[in-house]
Design a protein around this ligand. Structure first.
Ligand code: IPE
Ligand code: IPE
Ligand code: MG
Length: 226
């Protein structure tokens, strides 16, 4: 039973969680912080090396400016609150996505979290923030053109946000949606996908362990046969 090296999660359903309780959507985003703690703990306990969390897509700008601003404030607060504990646990914090149009105070919190955790080597916790798979591939293609190197998969991958990040073995999506929503398009070519109806704020360590166990029962063929 192999432990996945990289698990990536599409944290979805915060809005529905809040609406079901008669609360404003941002309360669902706030409640998601506990689920982040749960999956980080569970990943550390399982010996997973990379955990990527999809927090904001390049398409999430289509939401109201209030919701976008609240999300950015929340990301900043979460980075500030969680990083010291993460560092104590040996977790390195990294962010992938387009940074140019993020608010300066959030950018500062990102740099500080990355700097503080720079030497941590137990696990990588990657936040995908203002991230789009198409945008990442396009960025890598532009870099490859500029480099003049041969157009190979490896040379293209050098232009990804974290070239050393392995492809996700398992992608988890909460809230029952059966789509990839522009997440890690290139890297998910052979990822196993596991979807649960549970909404992100309700997601627990036990749900995570269930996903890992189901992953371990699958046969990955990568185009070959057993
Ligand atoms: C996921 O929850 C968080 C982000 C996309 C930022 P949603 O806000 O998409 O929640 P639903 O899908 O509307 O329930
Ligand atoms: C995907 O969720 C993005 C994140 C979880 C950050 P969305 O709620 O934005 O996805 P769609 O719009 O339902 O595909
Ligand atoms: Mg959603």
């Amino acid at each position: 039973m192999t432990t996945p090296r990289h698990v990536a999660i599409i944290m979805d359903g915060n809005g529905r969680w809040a609406e079901a309780r008669g609360l404003p959507r941002y309360r669902g985003h706030m409640a998601g912080q506990q689920a982040i703690r749960e999956v980080t703990e569970a990943s550390l306990e399982s010996g997973i090396e990379w955990l990527t969390l999809f927090a904001f897509s390049t398409e999430n700008w289509r939401r109201s400016s209030e919701e976008v601003a609240t999300l950015f404030d929340l990301f900043e607060a979460v980075l500030k609150e969680e990083t010291p504990t993460l560092v104590d646990k040996g977790v390195r914090v990294r962010i992938i996505g387009e940074r140019s149009n993020l608010p300066p105070s959030l950018l500062k919190a990102i740099s500080e979290a990355e700097e503080m955790s720079r030497r941590c080597n137990k696990m990588n916790l990657v936040g995908a923030l203002n991230y789009g798979g198409r945008q990442e591939i396009l960025r890598a293609a532009k870099r490859l053109l500029q480099s003049g190197e041969d157009a190979t998969e490896n040379n293209l991958a050098k232009g990804f946000y974290l070239p050393e990040m392995p492809d996700p073995d398992l992608i988890i999506r909460t809230s029952g949606e059966l789509r990839i929503s522009n997440f890690l398009l290139w890297q998910s070519a052979y990822s196993e996908i596991w979807v649960t109806d549970t909404l992100w704020p309700d997601f627990t360590k036990e749900d995570f362990v269930r996903a890992i166990e189901e992953y371990q029962s699958r046969e990955r063929r990568f185009g070959g046969h057993s």
